[in-house]
Design a protein around this ligand. Structure first.
Ligand code: MRU
Length: 351
């Protein structure tokens, strides 16, 4: 499995995903500002992965040579910086809030203890992410056993998390169990997370698949070639509305029109109980050049401008089920229903 990040004594080493699949190159990030920049430019990306990267970024804010008071001040500044790196994926703010509220972080009596507490909490978060990915893969594969064709969007595999992934992990688990659905991956304009990253992961795993342009998805569904659509998520509101990579909403509309179930795979860290519905989700707008250029070359007419939202919102009513680490959840009485045994998703504050 690909390793998206590795915490080292001198910093956080990440795989630079902007260079894949052509080049496999790592970059050492030695400060919270480095981590925030890597998150903004999508060198590290995918909702769960940016949460864990930010967690390690907080540890990097603490220099054991500083006094505790200085270290705490720098830590707070780093928390603000990291939370502001990308607005839509709630995992980022959730991870930062969770580390800052950690009892061992709050009660550290010297700077070294503070750094170690942050490192331990970040490592625990990474381990949870892996465990949750494995559980989602198993629940999703149980649910989708027997599907003959499956369509996904964006990249939701090992590159997007620190474990096996979310939606793509389900597809990989189906294959591991001997199922052989036809796998279709949207290319995912404008940054091609599907064509560059999902296709790379599937190829590495020896899984036969076809990449299609996003505009072909509705027509593929019309052919009856797909029994299930499965995507990841960047934020899921209390009522089940889902923010995910731009193009997801159109895919959900098409799936609905063709009576194909549309599933969302996401860990509890992607659920935001503080937002009642999708209208409240901050949607990241990215640089126009991502749309106007292709592979570094201008393709749109000079003078053209672009609208480039990185995400869209799919109504909860379009979602057949949420595949989580605790099982497959549904919306009832206007709310995602969590099992009684857990407290439900925590709330994250905005930057
Ligand atoms: O802009 P990106 O590449 O970070 O967008 C990623 C997605 O939209 C994924 O579908 C989402 O984060 C779920 S990842 C497991």
């Amino acid at each position: 499995m690909l390793k998206v990040m590795d915490y080292e004594p001198t910093g956080l080493r990440i795989l630079d995903q902007t260079l894949l699949p052509g080049r496999t190159q790592t970059v050492l990030l030695s400060s919270p500002a480095d981590v925030a920049r890597a998150i903004s430019r999508l060198a590290v990306r995918g909702a769960p992965a940016i949460g864990v990267a930010a967690a390690y970024g907080l540890a990097l804010a603490v220099d054991p040579r500083h006094s505790l008071r200085v270290a705490q001040r720098r830590l707070l500044a780093a928390a603000h910086l990291l939370k502001a790196a990308r607005p839509t994926a709630v995992n980022l703010a959730w991870a930062v809030d969770r580390l800052m509220a950690e009892p061992s972080v709050q009660s550290a009596t010297d700077t070294l203890a503070l750094r170690r507490a942050l490192e331990r909490a970040a490592a625990a978060m990474e381990a949870d992410d892996r465990r949750f990915g494995e559980a989602m893969a198993a629940h999703g594969a149980d649910l989708l056993t027997g599907v003959r064709g499956i369509l996904t969007h964006c990249n939701t595999g090992a590159l997007a998390t620190t474990g096996p992934g979310t939606a793509l992990a389900v597809i990989m688990e189906l294959w591991r169990r001997g199922e052989r659905p036809a796998v279709y991956a949207d290319e995912t304009r404008p940054l091609l997370q599907g064509a560059r990253l999902t296709s790379f992961e599937l190829t590495e795993a020896g899984i036969a698949h076809q990449v299609l342009v996003d505009g072909a998805a509705a027509w593929l569904l019309a052919q009856g070639a797909v029994d299930a659509v499965i995507v990841g998520a960047d934020r899921i509101c209390k009522n089940g509305d889902v923010a995910n990579k731009i193009g997801t909403y159109g895919l959900a509309l098409s799936a609905r029109a063709h009576h194909v179930p549309f599933y969302v795979a996401a860990p509890s860290s992607t659920f935001d109980a503080s937002l009642a519905d999708g209208n409240l989700i901050p949607i990241e707008q990215r640089d126009q050049n991502e749309v106007l250029s292709f592979a570094g070359r201008r393709v749109a007419a000079s003078g053209a401008s672009a609208w480039n939202p990185a995400f869209d919102v799919t109504p909860g009513a379009f979602v057949a089920g949420y595949i989580t680490e605790v099982g497959v959840l549904h919306v009832e009485n206007g709310m995602v229903q969590w099992p009684q045994t857990r407290t439900g998703p925590r709330e994250a504050t905005q930057p």
